[in-house]
Design a protein around this ligand. Structure first.
Ligand code: ZN
Length: 402
């Protein structure tokens, strides 16, 4: 029989015990009758997507779970985010992931997300198509404070360190931005670092007096007065997910990065109106779409983002409520025509860290047949589940290589 798999990744789902919750994690504190039903009737375990990685990124964790090599098959965050936004790429562009961020009066980094600004369209328009020494810098808004910067021109390379002091050593805020630095002292890398520096100064000059920022300051909101650029990369082609795993695969995701991962791996990506990767995303719409797609695909990669956002903001209450909201709509998936329903996370995002962590994440396989002793879907219970401990793409191997 052909497999019909829903592979549901809940970004940043798991966490660490929180004293104010009686040392429960958000997942444990949430009332989750449907998650628990699936754990009770299925098999649980713990997954470590990227062993040894203390703060895994979402994109690298997804690549590891999907069985792709981070050294040779990973294009960087920039190209993935760009693919998610449907930006046409030819392969000769250098693409950076960007954050709108806030500098204080002294030029030190104050907020890496510019107060989680919601709409940067006007700002992007104001700084689009800047030309520095023959290289054109295009910018495209993405989810919330995120954006993509695409460089087109001669003599440029992705072998440059970005300017984000919060993501690179010294891993700090309250300090000036880092200078762009060539990874190797090549002519291209030195040139690219040099024009990126000039670009950022130009961007800061324009953003400083932009009406939207003046308005934000008047309303005591953080102005989006700089860009943090990192993880530059180039687009290239890899073996498709279908070729690698011998299943016809598609992707249902809201946030651009995950649509980009789907597209990069050759999955058909389906947009759902109102599914945008925020806490207000249309969960019911996404679950219905995923269920319907089982008719046409063997493997549906379903992604939901917002648990990670609440974790990064340290918002336990919000995270618990969002987990319960997912649970509330789970019957849509449970009643669909799958042979296996898989639920897991790409990494933990503990509210107490306000960051991703490399802690193992719970995973479950529900196939209406195999059952273990687990009664709830939690970090602790998964530790004693029948699947044991899995690493990297072992979960996928377990469900696809039979
Ligand atoms: Zn993630």
């Amino acid at each position: 029989m052909k497999p019909k798999i829903i592979f549901f990744i809940i970004d940043g789902l798991s966490g660490r015990p929180i004293p104010a919750l009686g040392n429960k994690t958000c997942l444990e504190a949430a009332k989750n009758p449907h998650f628990d039903f699936l754990a009770f009737g299925g098999q649980s375990g713990l997954l470590i997507p990227l062993p040894g990685e203390e703060h895994p990124s979402s994109e690298t964790a997804h690549f590891a779970i999907f069985g792709y090599d981070l050294k040779d098959e990973f294009p960087g965050r920039g190209p993935l985010e760009a693919l998610g936004l449907n930006i046409p790429l030819e392969g000769n562009e250098i693409i950076f992931r960007a954050n709108f961020a806030t500098l204080d009066r002294n030029g030190n980094l104050k907020d890496v997300r510019a107060g989680r600004i919601k709409d940067t369209n006007a700002l992007c328009q104001a700084i689009d198509n800047i030309e520095i020494e023959g290289v054109i810098f295009k910018i495209y808004p993405s989810l919330e404070h995120r954006a993509v910067v695409v460089l087109r021109g001669e003599g440029i390379t992705d072998q440059v360190w970005g300017n984000d002091p919060h993501k690179l050593p010294p891993f700090k805020i309250g300090v000036p931005l880092l200078p762009f630095k060539p990874k190797k002292e090549t002519k291209e890398a030195i040139f690219t670092a040099n024009i990126l520096e000039k670009y950022i100064h130009k961007v800061q000059e324009i953003l400083k007096n932009h009406p939207l920022n003046l308005e934000r300051e008047k309303n005591s909101q953080e102005p989006a007065n700089t860009l943090l650029l990192r993880e530059g990369g180039k687009f290239f082609k890899v073996t498709s997910f279908e070729e690698r795993w011998q299943v016809k695969a598609c992707c249902v995701a809201g946030a651009p990065l995950y649509k980009g991962i789907g597209r990069f791996l050759g999955m058909d990506v389906f947009e759902v109106k109102g599914a945008d990767g925020t806490p207000q995303t249309d969960l019911a719409g996404k679950f219905q779409k995923a269920s319907k797609l089982l008719k046409f695909y063997d493997f549906v990669f379903l992604h939901v983002k917002a648990c990670d956002l609440f974790g990064e903001d340290g918002n336990c209450e919000g995270k618990i409520q969002f987990i319960e909201k997912i649970d509330n709509f789970l019957p849509i998936l449970m009643e669909s025509d799958f042979t296996k329903l898989i639920i897991t996370a790409d990494h933990s995002t503990p509210c107490i860290l306000k960051a991703h962590s490399g802690d193992p994440v719970p995973c479950l396989i529900y196939d209406r047949e195999n059952q273990d002793e687990t009664k709830r879907f939690t970090e602790k219970e998964a530790l004693f589940g029948g699947l044991g401990k899995l690493q990297g793409s072992e979960l996928l191997k377990l469900i696809l290589e039979k």
